[in-house]
Design a binder for this molecule. Structure first.
Ligand code: SAM
Length: 445
């Protein structure tokens, strides 16, 4: 029977949300600090950050973000903090963050995904799942008077607050509903866009069914324990991806809630297990104290390379080889003390072998402006650990040789027979069969 230890529910999505790419604006004297100046500095930085990632901040998204005062949706927070590029936690349950005003960079990227997929949002009818008011008011600016925005939240504290904040900001015609959005919000009504702002593990049928025939769902969806914001276009009984971005969110609650478990590997180092995944954690005792083996891919990549895509590639390759894919998370202290050196402390792809070897994607190795990809491994048998690190970098080389492809995602109903699934790696959820595929072109749609 698998044994689980140290269950900590709040480190994953909540931790990832704290990742901040926004560098503070140049210091201003107190007299010059005002909402408009802080907002300008924030949006200037968002545009720079988009460019650094090889993305474009769409002009209408930029204009909306320059217009809506974020501080009206973060009452009680010092003005300057309302314009930091991070999520503002508004509700906790125990150690777990369950509601927030989302980080501006993530909001901008997801609105961009939606607008790209639909060719603009003007006149569109939008359902936002997960309220707060800030994103709904930006959506209102984007859809204009001919469109509509409905926002739904499961938590009456959140909807009460959203109503008050939207009124204060002058967006009273956003419709606010308190309900579990796992189920149809306004039965019979369909939307051009459903944008989910809580981390989901599955796609309930209601989300697809409430879309217009060519409508778009933007959703932070967890596959292989890693969350990406997917823009998915409705395609008959299924959905097909258009784009994806790395992200982290507070989890979906209610009937769509899912289980996340953390297993200790060492002090401050954990393996995050996906719903239904079980591990015998006895083999992990003292594992990271064994000699570290390493291997390098011998590649030279530029910074805009999207390594979040590599991580999904590794998950599919490890799963296809019948091995145990796990996600490693680490606290700062474990990294600074040299216990681990993962690629990303909030979620690093790793593989746990039957012989007790753990291999994970390592920090990058930089030479000038380019980096190499590597793997570190620990295990009771040194040569087995060296071989495991070598196999992991083989998968990385294969991804680079394939042109660093992006994943494509298909979502089909749970009863879809194997023979009707597209090529790729299938992941079975409660309501859907999700297929992740990589093409050398990077995109199937
Ligand atoms: C990150 S917050 C939303 C942020 C917001 N969109 C904003 O403008 O910043 C996520 C919200 O999702 C809500 N939520 C979680 N599960 C839900 C469900 N099943 N139905 C509706 N809302 C849900 C939570 O109560 C939480 O307030």
């Amino acid at each position: 029977m698998a044994k689980r230890r140290s269950i900590v529910g709040s480190r994953s999505a909540a931790g990832a949300m704290a990742v901040c790419t926004y560098r503070r604006e140049q210091p201003m004297s107190v007299s010059t600090i005002d909402s408009a100046a802080l907002r300008r500095a924030m949006v200037d930085q968002l545009a720079d950050d988009h460019a650094a990632k090889g993305l474009t901040l769409r002009p209408e998204v930029e204009a909306a973000m320059r217009k809506v005062p974020r501080e009206l949706f973060t009452p009680g927070l010092p003005l300057r903090e309302a314009y930091e590029n991070r999520a503002v936690i508004t509700k906790r349950r125990g150690e777990e963050n369950i509601s927030s005003v989302s980080a501006p960079f993530l909001i901008a990227e997801m609105l961009g995904q939606a607008a790209d997929a639909l060719g603009g949002l003007r006149g569109r009818h939008v359902l936002e799942i997960g309220s707060g008011g800030y994103n709904a008011s930006l959506l209102w600016e984007l859809v204009g008077a001919a469109g509509s925005v409905t926002t739904v939240d499961i938590d009456p504290d959140v909807t009460d607050r959203a109503v008050a904040c939207l009124k204060a900001a002058g967006y009273s015609d956003v419709k606010v509903v308190c309900a579990d959005a796992e189920h149809p919000v306004d039965p019979g009504r369909r939307y051009d866009l459903i944008i989910v702002t809580a981390g989901a593990w599955d796609i309930p049928p209601a989300w697809r069914e409430q879309l217009t025939d060519d409508g778009v769902l933007v959703v932070p969806l967890r596959t292989f324990g890693m969350t990406r914001s997917w823009a998915l276009r409705r395609a008959g009984v299924g959905l097909v991806s258009v784009s994806e971005r790395q992200c982290g969110f507070v989890p979906v609650q209610g009937d769509g809630a899912y289980d996340v478990q953390y297993v200790d590997v060492a002090d401050g180092v954990h393996l995050r297990l996906d719903e239904g995944q079980q591990l015998d954690s006895r083999s992990l005792d003292g594992l990271l104290e064994t000699a570290r083996q390493e291997a390098w891919a011998g590649v030279s990549l530029p910074p805009p390379t999207v390594l979040a895509n590599l991580d999904l590639w590794l998950a599919t390759r490890i799963a296809a080889a019948g091995q145990e894919f796990v996600v490693l998370t680490a606290q700062d202290a474990a990294i600074s003390s040299g216990v681990v050196a993962p690629s990303w402390r909030f979620g690093t792809p790793a593989v746990l072998h039957d012989d007790g070897t753990l291999a994970y994607r390592s920090e990058l190795r930089w030479t000038g402006d380019a980096f190499d990809l590597g793997a570190y491994a620990h295990g009771p048998d040194t040569s087995a650990a060296a071989a495991a690190a070598g196999r992991l970098v083989e998968h990385m080389r294969a991804w680079v040789s394939a042109g660093c492809p992006a994943p494509a995602l298909h979502v089909l109903p749970a009863q879809t027979p194997d023979g009707d699934l597209p090529a790729g790696t299938a992941v079975d959820k409660r309501h859907s069969r999700i297929v992740l595929a990589f093409t050398s072109e990077g995109r199937e749609s």
